[in-house]
Design a protein around this ligand. Sequence first.
Ligand code: DAK
Length: 264
Amino acid sequence: MGGFELITAQSLIVSEKHGAVGVLRMNRPEALNALSHPLMDRMEEALKNFEADSAICAVVIAGSERAFAAGADISEMQGKTSAEMRADSHLSRWDKVSNFPKPTIAAISGYALGGGCELALACDLRVASETAVFGQPEISIGVIPGAGGTVRLSRLLGRALALEMVLTGRRISADEALSLGLVNRVVPVELFLDEAIKLAHQIAAMPPLAVAAAKKSTLHAMDSSLEDSLNFERNLFYDLFDTEDQKEGMRAFIQKRRPNFVGK
Ligand code: DAK
């Protein structure tokens, strides 16, 4: 994969720019990237920077080969009361990922458990290494998934398997995840990050306003009626006809050349 620009190498999140692709790597190896408040704060900051940077068109979120993330930090949570958990804004960090306006790709190797699995599910696409393991083990420590696990897994996998996972903590291997549609592709462990970046570059080469509309419409369709979704999609489709990139894309097709998109 070509050269890249290191933005921050703070201890908890390493942030890089690979051309039009932003890459965030969680970097807390001693705790298998447990998603502590400080780690999620750094991630939120890094995402904010990528959102504001018009040169960034897609973002990859990765962990290490051993662990994407083994969940929220149990040592931070264990003494908390219900009222303290409710008052805490920790959950909003997961929402920052699922509501991120540019496409996000999770590059997953090793453990993606609890909040780590939920973080992967909050991304738009998932590239897994052969060693990736997905699971929601919260039941075994006296709670349930709280950042979308029961909700997104039941939508992606159906009721029976989602319930098996959240009731027993059963883990899903990378191959099983692929066969169930939980991930987009599975690659050898040494390739998982490069493959995710490659996929992000494919998206980044597309016209950004159309990319944003495609993401918006697809996510909207997950939560809405068929009729409402079709109307929503159609309006976004019509809106794109006032963009320079639509004119350029169609002109380039007719002129049999590559389009030069400008993001307007
Ligand atoms: N939190 C804190 N530390 C963790 C951790 C975690 N989730 N997972 C691993 N670690 C630490 C271990 O304590 C250990 O630290 P030391 O003992 O070396 O100091 C180090 O990482 C290495 O772990 P192990 O020694 O256990 O490594 P193994 O290879 O033996 O086992 C494992 C790997 C991933 C199977 C095991 O570490 C494990 O079971 N980890 C816990 C997995 C888990 O239960 N995850 C779910 C956590 S609960 C919220 C919404 C959602 C959430 C929170 C809030 N809101 C609405 C606000 C999410 C909750 C969760 O994710």
